[in-house]
Structure formats: C-alpha cells, structure tokens
Design a protein around this ligand. Structure first.
Ligand SMILES: Nc1ncnc2c1ncn2[C@@H]1O[C@H](COP(=O)(O)OP(=O)(O)OP(=O)(O)O)[C@@H](O)[C@H]1O
Length: 279
C-alpha cells in the first residue's frame, strides 16, 4: 500500500482520534509523511512482581516446566492514530510517563507496535538515538561513522566533517580540540551536542527530537533551535518531545497532547499548549 493510500485509509477508518490536521493550502495537496494507525504498545516486564528474574530461577523454572511468573504488562500507547504532513513541526506533549518517547521510538522503527500500523515516507530519524556512537573512538571517528550510518558515502562524510565539528563546537571547546579525544572523555552534554550536530548535518524526511533541546548549554540550545527551523524548511516533518512549552512554541505549529497513552488533543500548537497549561 502506498503512503498516500495509507493516509486516505487512516483518515477514513480512525476519525475519532486521527483528526487529520492537514495544512490549509489552496490548490495544493500536501503529502502525508507519517501515518499512525491505531497503534498500541505493551511492554512486558519479566520478573517484576516476584523479584525472581535471575537466570538461575529461569533455568529451574524451565527444568520443572513451569510457566514464567511475574510478567507485568505496561500498556504505554493505547490506540493512537494521526497523520503527519510534509512541512509540519509537531510537538508531542504530556505528563511524565504519558507515552511520548515510546511513540517516537515506534515511529523510528526502534520498537515494533504490539498492534496497529505505522507508515512513513523515508526513514524517520530519532535524533541522538540513531547515531551509532562508539565510546572508545574519538569524536572525529564518530563523526565519520555517524555520517556513514546516515547513508552518506565516505567522500560525503569527509566533506561534511568540518561543518559538523564546527557546529558542535567541540573542535575548540575551552581552548581544547575534543574531536581528537575518545568520546568516553565527554560530558553527557558534550556527547549530546555531537549527536545533534551529526544528525542535523543532513536533512531528514522525518526528524524526531526527544528533548534534545534540553541538553547542551543555552548557547547550543539556541543554535540547535535555529538549525531545527532550517531543517523544517528543507522539507520533511519534525517531531519534538519536550516539557518546555517555550521550545514547543518556538519550534512547532501543531501539537499532540498524550495522556496515559491516549491522544487527549491534537490541533494547532497554540490551542493545544494553552489547553495543556490550563489557560
Ligand atoms: N523499557 C520499558 N519497560 C517497561 N515499561 C516502560 C519502558 N519504557 C517506558 N515504560 C513505561 O511506559 C510508559 C510510558 O513511558 P514513556 O517513556 O514513553 O513516557 P514519556 O511520556 O516519554 O515520559 P517522560 O515525559 O517522563 O519522558 C510509562 O508508564 C513507563 O513506565
């Protein structure tokens, strides 16, 4: 099924939650980039209630042919449906544990939905997670590796190297060139800067950011916000998970409010954020 057909299908079948927030553009059909169709995600946590999750207890259980005990299910995403369109920047908001990160990981293809379907145009990239980083390698080697992992050729990776190192600021951080040092010597904020810089070097069909703006210092946050705005213009769709309503207001034009794994509200950013803030 093509994405356009999937979009049409989702719009027809799931009207109650999948309120398609299609951008109003006269005479122009805006293509859908992501269709989420009645997605549920249930985590199964083994050994949760009995505390007997060890290999020894599993082995004795297998020997005695007993069923696994203490499996707890966490229903993190419950029947979520929506359609995202090209050019949109969508803020995912909601209380701690409402299912935002889980939903992003499903869209990125890192977690298969327990039921339901996700269709996407191109490979959605979850900023930070998709970058293949090796702690024992230098920042320099990680930049090249990250570029290759995003599908660049060796030549493209080398051509992009300088720009990425400069954007991250790690080639001259407190007067030191950290790109020559192994990543294990970086603070978590410095590692986040590098991951963001690698991912932001290329435009993505669907770019997802999970609170990346909260990492890094104020100066880097401003730089990354500006780059996100550029990436938005360059095409695709941006998803941003954040507890900072300022970041959502600065970056997004649409917001989806998740509550206990269910969409509580989906619409223009200002309306949804105001409702979330109780205004
Ligand atoms: N790996 C996991 N195993 C089991 N349960 C999990 C796992 N990850 C998340 N959960 C549970 O799934 C639910 C949704 O978690 P999720 O991290 O998606 O929420 P969130 O909205 O991103 O929260 P936050 O704003 O705190 O980051 C929570 O109840 C959480 O406890």
């Amino acid at each position: 099924m093509s994405l356009a057909e999937a979009g049409a299908k989702a719009e027809v079948e799931v009207p109650e939650q999948g309120v398609p927030q299609q951008p109003q553009q006269v005479g122009e059909e805006v293509p859908p980039t992501v269709v989420v169709d009645d997605v549920h995600l249930v985590y199964r946590v083994h050994g949760a209630s009995s505390g007997k999750g060890s290999a020894t207890s599993a082995l004795s259980r297998l020997a005695l042919r007993k069923k696994a005990t203490g499996v707890t299910e966490v229903h993190a995403v419950r029947g979520v449906s929506f359609v995202a369109y090209k050019g949109q920047a969508i803020g995912l908001i909601g209380r701690n544990g409402s299912g935002k990160s889980t939903l992003l990981r499903c869209i990125a293809g890192l977690l298969p939905p327990t039921t339901g379907k996700i269709y996407s145009d191109g490979q959605p990239s979850l900023l930070g997670v998709n970058a293949a980083m090796m702690n024992d390698l230098t920042g320099e080697r990680n930049i090249i590796l990250g570029c290759l992992a995003m599908g660049m050729t060796q030549r493209e990776a080398e051509a992009n190297y300088e720009q990425i190192a400069t954007f991250s600021g790690l080639n001259n951080y407190n007067g030191k060139d950290f790109t020559k040092l192994p990543m294990r010597t970086y603070s978590s904020g410095m590692a986040a800067r590098l991951r963001f810089s690698i991912a932001a070097a290329r435009s993505h069909d669907v770019l997802m950011i999970d609170e990346a703006l909260a990492t890094g210092d104020r100066e880097f946050q401003l730089k990354s916000e500006a780059r996100i705005r550029e990436l938005r213009k360059e095409a695709g769709t941006v998803f941003l998970v954040s507890h900072s309503m300022k970041s959502i207001r600065d970056t997004c034009d649409r917001a989806i409010w998740l509550d206990q794994g269910v969409i509580k509200m989906d619409g223009p950013m200002e309306e949804v954020v105001n409702a979330y803030e109780g205004k």
